[in-house]
Design a protein around this ligand. Structure first.
Ligand SMILES: [Zn+2]
Length: 119
């Protein structure tokens, strides 16, 4: 990763993504969801299988099939969601060993104070 990329990361406040449920034409079961960055839905996107499987980038979600009966899928309920950079999430949810780092303790205290002052 270059320095420029590293700096760019800190500036992203989140991006809009569109998530659609993919349902089976034949049996009607929910197979998972597809996430894209555009609307109307392009064929390519990130496939999230139902049941907590690993998200996967696919070139064309229409080629996916129902895991239950092999039927074709259709997209429904397209919803706009705000996503934060994955790198950002990883940083926030990095596994903590032993005591949390000082900056995290500080951040939590700030968040707690902010929450309490709103009461
Ligand atoms: Zn099916």
């Amino acid at each position: 990763m270059t320095d420029a990329e590293r700096q760019g990361e800190g500036q992203t406040a989140g991006r809009t993504a569109y998530v659609a449920e993919l349902q089976c034409f034949l049996c009607g079961s929910l197979a998972g969801s597809i996430e894209t960055d555009r609307k109307p839905l392009p064929p390519n996107g990130v496939w999230h299988p139902v049941g907590g499987g690993r998200p996967q980038r696919v070139p064309d979600w229409r080629a996916l099939r129902c895991p239950r009966c092999g039927g074709a899928l259709y997209a429904e309920n397209v919803e706009a969601v705000v996503r934060y950079d994955e790198a950002d999430e990883l940083r926030r949810e990095a596994p903590r060993r032993g005591r949390p780092p000082k900056w995290l303790v500080e951040e939590r205290r700030r968040q707690r104070d902010a929450a309490e002052s709103r009461l």
